[in-house]
Design a protein around this ligand. Structure first.
Ligand SMILES: [Mn+2]
Length: 324
């Protein structure tokens, strides 16, 4: 059973417009598509809150972000406690602070996160060049220091001490797929997380999706976590295919690579001895202002369908073990 949770929130991104993302995904028939695959779906509506900003010297949009993340955390927590799967529709990627905080609140250290994204999102307020929270959610979920003082440090502490429950995420429980845009501060931060599964587009070029997912599966088993949260940023897709995002970077996943990733991931999750389950997802950074004919939301919905078991002939490969 899947609960859709809309977060029409874009105050912490570089470009406005991803607040229209949840509507675009709903219009692309995300709910009916999942229903058609046999999953009962409830749409819980939207949780984003826009409140008056209290401090112009602080992080951009912080008061609204803080309220939104807390609302989202509590909604995700309630959904998980009812044994349902939250699917969070963004909105800018900073909302993952709230959604994954909800999963940590329920499962504690048993959660691992797979961040499928062109970006590392591991900046701290000090290393960020833009000061936008959408480049910092991973650092917040890991409880890293702000590296600053004053109001920005106070706000950051509020996130890592009150919004995100302990235990914070650690490198051994964090994986990336699709990276192709990293800042200098992020490279240093990733060097400090040697146990993480940090993979780039070059790894996909060299080893292919299938071996990459094999590696992810091994890493996931070694991590010891039994709950997987997937945070899917549509900018991991090539912008020729999915232009509707404010954070486009050239050289992303092709249509076939993206679907193979979802399909092989599903095979792994459905393996009888798989020691981990998919407990929830983010689907973020869809921005209809940059899209043509809602292509990007449609692509995201198709990707989700593949991840939830849609195949061309309706079952496992007929070529697979028998003829390959
Ligand atoms: Mn991104």
């Amino acid at each position: 059973m899947i609960d859709l949770i809309g977060v029409p929130f874009d105050l912490c991104g570089r470009r406005a417009g991803s607040r229209l993302g949840p509507a675009a995904l709903r219009l692309a028939e995300l709910g009916p598509t999942l229903q058609g695959l046999g999953f009962p779906v409830s749409d819980l509506g939207d949780v984003a809150a826009i409140v008056e900003e209290t401090d112009p010297k602080g992080l951009k949009g912080f008061s609204s972000a803080h309220t939104t993340y807390v609302n989202l955390r509590e909604t995700v927590r309630a959904t998980l406690k009812r044994g349902r799967t939250p699917m969070v529709l963004g909105g800018d990627h900073s909302l993952a602070i709230g959604s994954i905080a909800g999963a940590i609140g329920v499962f504690g250290a048993d959660v691992a996160v797979l961040w499928i994204d062109a970006h590392v999102d591991l900046n701290s307020p000090r290393t960020s060049s833009s000061g936008n929270l959408h480049g910092m959610p991973v650092a917040a979920l890991m409880g890293m220091d702000s590296g600053t003082e004053g109001i920005i440090d106070d706000q950051w502490r509020l996130l890592i001490e009150e919004v995100v429950p302990r235990p914070h995420l650690v490198g051994r429980r964090f994986g990336w797929i699709g990276l192709r845009d990293a800042d200098e501060g992020e490279r240093r931060a990733i060097d400090g997380l040697p146990a993480s599964f940090a993979t780039t587009m070059q790894d996909i070029d060299r080893f292919g999706i299938e071996r990459l997912v094999e590696g992810f599966d091994r890493w996931m088993r070694e991590s010891g976590a039994s709950r997987l949260w997937i945070s899917f940023d549509v900018d991991v897709l090539d912008p020729i295919l999915a232009p509707g995002t404010g954070t486009a970077v050239r050289g992303g996943l092709s249509y076939r690579e993206a679907h193979l990733l979802a399909e092989v991931m599903r095979q792994k999750l459905d393996t009888r001895d798989c020691p981990y389950t998919l407990v929830g997802l983010d689907l973020v950074e869809t921005n209809p202002l940059y899209d043509t004919h809602n292509e990007t939301a449609r692509m995201a919905v198709e990707w989700i369908a593949s991840l939830f078991g849609k195949t061309i002939l309706g079952g496992p490969s007929r070529f697979g073990d028998r003829w390959s």
